[in-house]
Design a protein around this ligand. Structure first.
Ligand SMILES: *Cc1c(COP(=O)(O)O)cnc(C)c1O
Length: 435
């Protein structure tokens, strides 16, 4: 169906909102979605997420609801849970968190006492707000013990992480980032957590799609808890989930009088502690996305995402662009402009005017402020969903280099590239936008 034939009700009943959606879709059709945390959900996911299941109240969990009429809802939620557990080999899954941050909030509620120490990477070094950043609940209610990638190499230094953990004895360690282009070594994190008696929690929001697709190690065997979003590389609706072991290996130490194991404590943290009714339309969309992610075609997709990121990185480096960590093992690249006159913000804005949509980001060893930075983060999940391959990455690299080299007088180049990008995009079909 062509876009103008879709949304027939909205088009008539609320042309104002209809028009805004159409304009955003036109923008996405004519630009390159290179924000590493974004992707395109399929029509099937969008249909489930946009369905009338949004109307149903079913507080509680399958077979234990506080509202009547939930037989089918139980089936839907159980299906999402079963598919998710199978995808990651997990003992327990909760699919009700409304997004990544609420999932992490529930994780804290189930294993952390207020004021306890949490080891996490600061936002300025590639961690997430919820890993103990000061303006977030996690930095206000808990004490962050920061760690981060080496300022010199950009890599996680596991000896140094172990030293910090031994000195500070945190109750919980987050292993997960928003901007790390290399493989995370969960076995090393696990031996550190074991040694200091800490819970190990992986936040795989960015890389759950890489893990499901088999191109990044799975943290589930190594971690007490794993949290994620579903709308990034995993291509689901906007939501979150929590995986965990059933039993708490520190139950004796921290919850000796509790009659609830780890799985039950997580479920109770999500509902009734933090949330009310689950969004069943979204949970149905998650079930669809988990089904898609279990297909062989998703494995091919995940492999292509990494091939594209690697090839794009190689092309950029060939043209003299520096990359943090010297390249990537994942879906994302961190372009490093510490040696350039222009800032990460200058670069991201110039690229956006040229139709290449990414974001400015701190890089290891960055001396500039977080509001301007010396880097740009870009990822290949969106372009790969459109069907782009290595040869397309060569073209994308050429546009990026042309724009960057023209800064600060890049106006004409931006206009030319913007037109070329829009033209090029016509060769591809975007999932969820074009049939
Ligand atoms: C995106 C992200 C989150 C939070 O997700 P929201 O859905 O935006 O709340 C949490 N952790 C990491 C590592 C992320 O990348």
């Amino acid at each position: 169906m062509h876009s103008s034939e879709r949304f027939p009700h909205l088009k008539v009943c609320d042309p104002v909102v209809y028009d805004m959606i159409q304009r955003q879709m036109a923008y996405e059709r004519s630009t390159l979605k290179m924000i590493a945390s974004e992707n395109y959900a399929s029509f099937s996911v969008l249909e489930a997420a946009g369905s009338s299941l949004t109307n149903k109240y079913c507080e509680g969990y399958p077979s234990a609801r506080y509202y009547e009429g939930n037989e089918v809802m139980d089936e839907i939620e159980n299906l999402a849970i079963d598919r998710l557990k199978a995808l990651f080999g997990a003992e327990h899954a909760n699919v009700q968190p409304l997004s990544g941050s609420p999932a992490n909030q529930a994780v804290y509620r189930s294993i952390m006492a207020p004021g306890a120490k949490v080891m996490g990477i600061p936002v300025s070094e590639g961690g997430h707000l919820t890993h103990g950043w000061k303006v977030n609940f996690s930095g206000q209610d808990y004490l962050q013990v920061p760690f981060g990638p080496s300022r010199e190499t950009g890599l996680l230094d596991y000896d140094q992480i172990r030293e910090i953990a031994l000195r500070e004895r945190p109750r919980m360690i987050w292993c997960g980032t928003t901007a790390y282009p290399r493989t995370i070594e969960y076995d090393k994190f696990a031996s550190i957590a074991d040694e200091v008696g800490a819970y190990l929690v992986a936040d795989i929001a960015h890389i759950s799609g890489l893990i499901a697709g088999g191109v990044h190690p799975n943290p589930v065997p190594y971690c007490d808890v794993v949290s994620s979003t579903t709308h990034k590389m995993l291509r689901g609706p906007r939501s979150g989930f929590i995986l965990s072991r059933v039993n708490d290996r520190y139950q004796e130490k921290y919850y000796p009088t509790s009659k609830f194991n780890l799985a039950r404590r997580i479920d109770r943290s999500v509902f009734p502690c933090l949330q009310g009714g689950p969004h069943m339309n979204i949970i149905a969309g998650m079930a669809v996305a988990f089904g898609e992610a279990a297909q062989d075609s998703f494995k091919e997709y995940a492999q292509q995402v990494v091939k594209n990121a690697r090839h794009l990185g190689a092309c950029l480096m060939n043209d003299g662009i520096q990359l943090a960590c010297g390249g990537t093992d994942t879906h994302l690249l961190l372009l490093d402009f510490r040696a350039e006159e222009f800032t990460g913000k200058d670069a991201a804005e110039a690229l956006a005017r040229a139709g290449i949509i990414a974001n400015f980001n701190m890089v290891p060893g960055d001396e500039r402020k977080p509001t301007v930075t010396s880097g740009v983060r870009m990822g290949t999940p969106g372009l790969t969903s459109m069907g782009m391959k290595e040869n397309d990455m060569e073209q994308v690299a050429k546009w990026i280099v042309r724009v960057l080299r023209a800064i600060p007088n890049s106006g004409d180049v931006e206009k030319a590239v913007r037109a070329e990008v829009a033209d090029y995009c016509k060769n591809f079909k975007i999932p969820g936008l074009d049939d």
